[in-house]
Design a protein around this ligand. Structure first.
Ligand SMILES: Cc1cc2nc3c(=O)[nH]c(=O)nc-3n(C[C@H](O)[C@H](O)[C@H](O)COP(=O)(O)OP(=O)(O)OC[C@H]3O[C@@H](n4cnc5c(N)ncnc54)[C@H](O)[C@@H]3O)c2cc1C
Ligand code: SF4
Ligand code: SF4
Length: 444
């Protein structure tokens, strides 16, 4: 049991009506040597659109109304609070990626074993622990029984970060561990999270009582339940249980790695996407409005990195985080090539068919081969690829909400999303626009 599990924590867990020991035994994750602690969480309250970020499992579940990305997000106000300013209309990329000081391609050298890319996200957090800048890091570990299932943990020693590297598919209540973290006496905390978790974290930040909070965000798109993800793996391989790694790369290929050290690359166009059930991607993940984690201090992704990582340093704290890596991180200017408009238009047509209940068009087999070869060479690359993906996500938001939850459009879609889809002929219909919170001062 970790040092973090002190008497105060035990008392707090009793207040939640759950035994901490039950959590420890069930998860098998707790590792005193590495100081990885997976306290149990309370039950989730039912919510319509919800990725179980953890707020509904805290002592005051009503805070969802104010914290949730899916209710009435207010990006301009939050960006101003977190970064000291809203998106700058004279820097067009901020419309796509949110406020940032600088963007870089990056790789950690040496790359860390088991990391999703080279391990920038976990290494930053490891450095925060090594230097004593934080008492704990809140992030996701793999479930010992299922490597693809995320389990929220608190890590209190740098060695523990090796246990959480890599990507899991699915949702887990990260923010439910904020209360145990405070109860354990942690005052300075780092959180690694995906955008829907970071939105809620920022919305509640001022009430949480931490002295210092560092937020390392990753982009996120096309998440699904861990169960559904296993179905997908089953379509990719006869032995899905041997797949240890999967990534949708920026060169239009999915990379798979296997337990025996084997690797396979599948062009996006050859993926069995049309064999998946229509509800494979939950409505939350088809309509979420923040791909690039605009409220993080630093976003650590790969989309604009052309085979390397892509970092967006958003504020002074983000600079502090990147500085922690010193010479371990090699950076360069991101590339920018190709034209995205055709790819986004094609995506819109296919999404409109799917959102209208029609099957996705299947490309003839021989064409898929040709396109799979051509896309990495002539398709949008570097920052243009990242812009294309952000626009595609905005298109999905509008089309899927229009079909499934039209009444939510008014409050859920921020103004900047409408600006992203306007070049493709998608404009708000009567009653669809009204997130006045989404009006960015300075952007007409
Ligand atoms: C569902 C999902 C979709 C993503 N989609 C994109 C994308 O489209 N474009 C893009 O640029 N990046 C995407 N990312 C981020 C990307 O996969 C890498 O995590 C990121 O580039 C950091 O790489 P790294 O080597 O620095 O990470 P590592 O150092 O390996 O650290 C990864 C961190 O992510 C945390 N994590 C893993 N799984 C989850 C999860 N399910 N929920 C919350 N946290 C988790 C881990 O706990 C760890 O702290 C996605 C991540 C997730 C979880
Ligand atoms: S704030 Fe979190 S728990 Fe609450 S409804 Fe939103 S995603 Fe679900
Ligand atoms: S796609 Fe959006 S809603 Fe879904 S898990 Fe990722 S950040 Fe959350």
């Amino acid at each position: 049991m970790t040092a973090a599990l002190d008497h105060a924590t035990l008392r707090e867990h009793k207040a939640f009506g759950a035994s901490p020991l039950r959590g420890l035994l069930l998860t098998g994750l707790d590792d005193p040597a590495a100081a990885v602690w997976a306290p149990p969480t309370g039950p989730a309250a039912h919510r319509d659109l919800c990725t179980d970020c953890g707020v509904s499992r805290t002592a005051d579940a009503r805070r969802c109304a104010r914290a949730c990305q899916f209710i009435q997000p207010d990006y301009p106000a939050m960006e101003a609070r977190v970064h000291g300013r809203v998106r700058d209309p004279t820097r067009p990329d901020e419309l796509f990626f949110g406020p940032f000081r600088r963007m870089v391609r990056a790789r950690l050298s040496p790359a860390r074993p088991d990391a999703q890319w080279t391990g920038v996200a976990t290494r930053i957090a490891e450095r925060l622990l090594e230097t004593g800048a934080v008492d704990a890091v809140l992030t996701m570990a793999p479930d010992p029984q299922d490597r693809w299932r995320p389990v929220p943990v608190l890590v209190t020693r740098a060695e523990g970060m090796a246990r959480v590297r890599g990507m899991r598919m699915g949702y887990a209540p990260l923010l439910a561990l904020l209360e145990p973290a405070r109860a354990a006496g942690h005052r300075r905390l780092a959180v690694i999270g995906i955008p829907c978790q970071v939105y809620a974290l920022r919305a509640l930040e001022s009430t949480l009582g931490f002295e210092r909070l560092y937020v390392i965000g990753t982009p996120c798109s096309d998440n699904t339940t861990t169960e559904s993800f296993h179905t997908f793996l089953g379509l990719l391989s006869d032995r899905p249980e041997t797949i240890t790694y999967l990534e949708f790369r920026a060169d239009y290929h999915v990379e798979l790695r296997f337990a025996d050290g084997g690797r396979r690359e599948i062009p996006f166009l050859k993926l069995p996407i049309s064999d998946l059930p229509p509800d494979f991607f939950p409505l939350t993940c088809r309509t979420c409005v923040d791909y690039t984690n605009v409220l993080a201090d630093i976003t650590v992704g790969y989309m604009g990195g052309e085979g390397e990582q892509w970092l967006l340093v958003r504020n002074a704290r983000g600079e502090e985080l990147l500085d922690l890596l010193g010479d371990e991180v090699k950076t360069s200017a991101p590339g920018d090539a190709g034209k995205r408009a055709g790819a986004v238009k094609g995506f819109l047509i296919n999404t409109a068919r799917a959102a209208g209940g029609l099957p996705l068009r299947r490309m003839p087999g021989f064409m898929r081969g040709i396109m799979g070869w051509a896309m990495p060479r002539v398709g949008p690359r570097g920052l243009e690829f990242a812009r294309a993906r952000v626009e595609m996500k905005a298109v999905e938001t509008v089309l899927h909400l229009r079909r499934a939850e039209p009444r939510r459009m008014k409050t859920m879609i921020p103004d900047h999303v409408w600006k992203l889809v306007a070049p493709y002929g998608l404009t708000p219909g009567p009653g669809e626009q009204g997130n006045t919170a989404g009006k960015t001062p300075g952007i007409p």
